[in-house]
Ligand binder design. Structure first.
Ligand code: NDP
Length: 280
């Protein structure tokens, strides 16, 4: 299990990916965004998760470049993820979208490029584009997001490379056990989005009890639960003190009882769209 903030999981192609990173969904371009990215890297984060649709790749790139200079680290020390948006799914259009993301971020390569949503009839061509980018050495790893088991099975019919990561909504009210099991069998790394259920679990009485016992916050308990379960996690915060708090999860252990109580909170409840029923 992860022992510190810079610990990594090894994806099935050998690429190393940090267990914990910073999410930046809904953070608009501007100084708050740049500051959040810089704070995270200053405090030891090495992974940043963005997407074309977040419309903030420029600021993420600026934060990354400033942080590299200020912290005396190199680009290779960081793990940057972006995602191709639905409107760009297609072979040529996905290749072009990748270039646009790189240009906005001001980077030569991404560590991970994901298909953001499994739009029926479209993700197969996009996957071929990701395979081309990967085979040409333009991206370190490729994967999917919001894919259910059947989407992955469908993709595997045409894929020559298995996705390295599946990033999905996952938190104590949506534990995704079947998908977890499937991905584990396939060697696909699971990654949790909205790990804190967008802040809506942070007054939950059972989680509060567990948090009190360990002298930790609810956010820290949830993130520790992710790590214990072998799930990469990317909590979002723009507040420096919370960015620090969310990474301070390596000095305590949840008991078997704690873990099963957290698992018991599952309600298959989504705060985001359902991958089997979305229209965007
Ligand atoms: P999170 O579950 O990470 O929750 C973020 C919310 O919790 C914010 O309101 C934040 O507020 C608050 N928060 C964060 N830390 C703490 C803390 N320690 N104490 C109290 N409140 C806290 O939600 P996200 O939806 O942002 O998910 C995380 C990341 O996952 C995204 O940023 C994005 O990168 C990715 N994602 C991917 C999706 C996909 O389809 N692939 C979909 C959605 C998200 P504040 O900033 O004010 O601290």
């Amino acid at each position: 299990m992860a022992k510190n903030l810079q610990d990594t999981t090894t994806l099935h192609n050998g690429t190393k990916m940090p267990w914990l990173g910073l999410g930046v969904f809904k953070v608009e371009e501007g100084s708050e965004l740049v500051h959040a990215v810089k704070s995270a890297i200053k405090h030891g984060y090495r992974s940043i998760d963005t997407a074309t649709i977040y419309d903030n790749e420029k600021g993420v790139g600026q934060g990354i470049h400033e942080a590299i200079l200020e912290n005396n680290i190199s680009r290779e020390d960081l793990f940057v993820t972006s995602k191709v948006w639905n409107a760009d799914l297609g072979y040529e259009s996905t290749l072009a979208a990748y270039e646009t993301s790189l240009n906005k971020l001001g980077l030569e390569y991404l560590d991970l490029y994901l298909i953001h949503w499994p739009v029926e009839g479209k993700y197969q061509d996009a996957w071929r584009a990701l395979e081309t980018l990967y085979n040409e050495g333009r991206v370190k790893a490729i994967g999917v997001s919001n894919f259910q088991i059947h989407h992955i099975e469908e993709l595997m019919k045409i894929a020559t490379i298995k996705p390295m990561v599946n990033q999905v909504e996952l938190h104590p009210q949506l534990t995704q056990k079947d998908l977890m099991e499937f991905c584990k069998e396939q060697g696909i790394q699971m990654e949790a989005w909205s790990p804190l259920m967008q802040g809506q679990l942070l007054d939950h009485p059972i989680l509060q009890e567990i948090a009190n016992k360990h002298n930790k916050s609810i956010a820290q308990v949830i993130l520790r639960w992710d790590l214990h379960n072998g799930i990469v996690t990317i909590p979002k915060s723009t507040k420096e003190h919370r960015i620090i708090e969310n990474a301070d999860v390596f000095d305590f252990e949840l008991s078997t009882d704690d873990l099963s109580r957290i698992d018991g909170l599952n309600q298959n409840h989504r705060v985001g769209p359902d991958p089997d029923n979305f229209n965007f």
